[in-house]
Design a protein around this ligand. Sequence first.
Ligand SMILES: [Zn+2]
Length: 400
Amino acid sequence: MGDFNLSVILDAIRRSPDGVSRVELAGIVGLAAQTVSNICRRLLDQSLIVEAGKYGSGPGKPRTILRLNPAGMYAIGVHLDPAETNFALLDLTGSVVISRKLPTRADADPQETLDGIAEEINSMIAERSIHRSKIAGLGVATPGPIDPVAGAVVEPPHMQRWGKVALRDQLQKAVDLPVLLDKDVTAAAVAEIWAGGASGAGSFIFVYMGTGIGSGLVLDDEVVRGSSGNAGEVGHIIADPDGPGCDCGQRGCVKVTCMPENIVAEARTAGVKAVLAASPDSLQEQVAALAEAAESGDEQAINVLDRAAERFAVAVSAQTNLLDVDHVVFGGPFWKHFEAAFLAKLPARLTARSATAKVHGIEVMSTGVGSDVGAVGAACLVLEDSFGPHAASLVLASEE
Ligand SMILES: [Zn+2]
């Protein structure tokens, strides 16, 4: 029980960015003052928290303020996406210390890709001269589906040479750190809870706009993973009944109507000049061109984004109604190009389709984390696992 109490106290300190005293902590977590005091001593000895001044006037002793020690522990995250691989090194407070990205060669041999990831991670650790005992672990976020028991990614879309790759064990060997694997949309949702601020509280759907589209589900501050860690596969929700055929036999699935490549293809067919002029090899460039054209008043571009917003409204409302969430958070590497159009159109369209419109509204917002939310989320998986209030086993417990 000692370790459970320790993680609960650490979590209460984390949630008090201005610092908190031992007396206040005892009130927050409902433990005896002596227990709190003993645990704080252990956390101070392990450099996970620091004493940061005193406050108080009037009768009684001034109270010592406790805060997380940012340098007390670190976590590393990597997000493997078919387009690019993002890396993030986070300190204990969840702040990004180092952020890097490399292009992913989708046609490369998996082993070659894993070697490149390990090399980059080792170089990040060396850059800050961080002792390995101060790194709680490595989190890896990948497109689904995943096999959480095998620690493997299973035939990820857009990566031709990847079958079932046990990347958790392989990376563990290569970087000599504990490794956690999760789906990228789940990692993004965890990042939003851990580091997103107001948008990461309560019940929400995180719509991740990467090379593919997926949803991270959060109910009552808890991320929902499902029976095999693969919750949130929205690819075969029908977004447009009159849309093109899908490999599942239906028409107009998210997978064939809502992906950035589908929207760009529609813009090309509609003759949006800026998109036709952009490099056909760069999805980012084409989507950026579409957004810029819409912003500068190109009628066709505006219509393409409007129709895309309509399809997202259909697909997202199926999820908001099913789960009774009160907000939807958008993020991922392509989100910034859709942000203006979608924030303008989606709230009213989701409300119009909401089964609970007379009970509560549905807010639509951008991630509070940033475009590398997948990598930050991967690192947050480690922080959550090691220091979250539900931490099953504390990494630091083994030091005792
Ligand atoms: Zn389908």
